[in-house]
Write a protein that binds this ligand. Structure first.
Ligand SMILES: *Cc1c(COP(=O)(O)O)cnc(C)c1O
Length: 385
């Protein structure tokens, strides 16, 4: 029996699957079970920013697994203390605390709960095309009707204002708004970067109305956009900053950065069995050290600019626009993206969709210029049809 039919027999069936069994990775290269090689321009939706098979991270995981895998947050732990310190050192300076959890959606859930707890207000204003995860609270903030509708009733108190429109946001935020929740670049929603004015304006609206600003940097954090966090492009500091994906160097982890404007976080207010476990903290600590050593934000800025240039040269009629920030790049097509993703895979390039008609590239920051050249060439070939 093949791995595909074995998995197909037992999987829940909720994922659209590609006809590909991946078994190994190194840096920005992946191999399938037939030994075929692929250039990774998906990074597991942004997880593998450091690339696959990073030895320092692997060693830290191995050593921590032998030492102490689990340690409930009712106790202190050496690795957790070190990780929190290292994390707060890369966060924008006013964020000096963090809550640790196990995924992006959990980070968003925690941020929503903290905002309600802090302000005593019920409502969350999210954005049209926003994506924040699949758990019921995060899903209530997510816009896409096909993700939401089968699961009604969702959590009350959520609304969606058009993205990058300050007038609409000013109208949506009231004295009952606990928080505004924004992605600095909408990833799943089609690779739409926020304008600097929009993020700065959102900060001002929140301050004027006594609401908190939550930035969802689950996809944009840890160097992806050319800065440690995408909010640094506009010098806007949120009250709560949701993280996930790349934070643990590939090990499941999430976190919320917390500013001292967030109140009422008392013992017993929130928790997670696996949150802050030493394994994830060791992986996160080693990843942060590697990201600093390799200067991942600079690599993402430099390679993102190069990649964007190469993609802008792809001069074919079905391309509407190339846009993005750092190594989070989208090509909006005038047509559906699915057949082109399959064609790219056949050419040895793994990319992602972002909505129905945007081709999304988010490679590991260790992708080489030569690999970028190959990806641009293959993209030009498949889009030319
Ligand atoms: C992926 C993602 C999430 C959800 O993260 P999970 O780890 O899948 O729960 C939330 N917000 C954004 C912006 C994301 O890209």
């Amino acid at each position: 029996m093949t791995y595909q039919s074995l998995e197909q027999q037992h999987t829940a069936g909720v994922y659209p699957k590609r006809d590909l069994t991946l078994v190994r990775g190194k840096d920005a290269t992946l191999w399938d079970d037939q030994g075929r090689e692929y250039i990774d321009c998906a990074s597991n939706q942004g997880v593998s920013t450091l690339g696959h098979g990073n030895e320092a991270v692997a060693r830290a995981i191995y050593e921590q697994a032998l030492t102490l895998l689990n340690c409930s947050e009712i106790f202190y732990n050496d690795r957790r203390a070190q990780f929190l310190d290292a994390l707060c050192a890369v966060l924008p300076a006013p964020l000096q605390r963090a809550f640790l959890c196990n995924s992006g959606a959990e980070a968003v859930e925690a941020a929503i709960k903290f905002a309600r707890l802090s302000t005593g207000r019920p409502n969350i204003v999210a954005t049209v095309r926003g994506f924040h995860g699949r758990t019921l609270g995060a899903l209530s903030a997510t816009y896409e009707p096909k993700y939401r509708e089968p699961f009604q009733p969702l959590v009350p108190g959520f609304s969606h204002a058009p993205y990058n429109k300050l007038d609409a946001l000013a109208e949506a935020v009231t004295d009952q708004t606990a928080a505004v929740l924004i992605e600095p670049v909408q990833g799943e929603g089609g690779v739409h970067p926020a304008t600097i004015e929009y993020l700065r304006g959102a900060r001002e609206i929140c301050d004027a109305r006594g609401a908190l600003l939550i930035l969802d940097e689950v996809q944009t954090g840890f160097g992806r956009t050319g800065k440690w966090f995408a909010c640094e492009h506009s010098d806007v500091t949120p009250d709560l900053l949701a993280m996930g994906k790349a934070i643990g160097g590939g090990v499941p982890m999430g976190a919320v950065g917390i500013r001292d404007t967030v109140r009422n976080l008392a013992p017993g207010a929130h928790g997670s069995t696996f949150g802050g476990n030493p394994l994830a903290c060791a992986a996160g600590l080693a990843s942060l050290a590697e990201m600093k050593r390799l200067d991942i934000p600079r690599l993402a800025a430099e390679k993102g600019a190069y990649f964007m240039e190469r993609l802008e040269e792809v001069n074919v009629p079905i391309v509407r626009e190339v846009r993005g920030l750092g190594l989070l790049i989208g090509i909006e097509l005038k047509t559906k993206v699915a057949p082109y993703l399959r064609a790219l895979q056949a050419e040895g390039v793994i990319a992602l969709p972002a909505g129905l008609n945007v081709l999304r590239f988010l490679p590991p920051a260790v992708i080489t210029h030569q690999q970028i050249d190959i990806v641009a060439e293959k993209t030009a070939k498949v889009l030319a049809g």
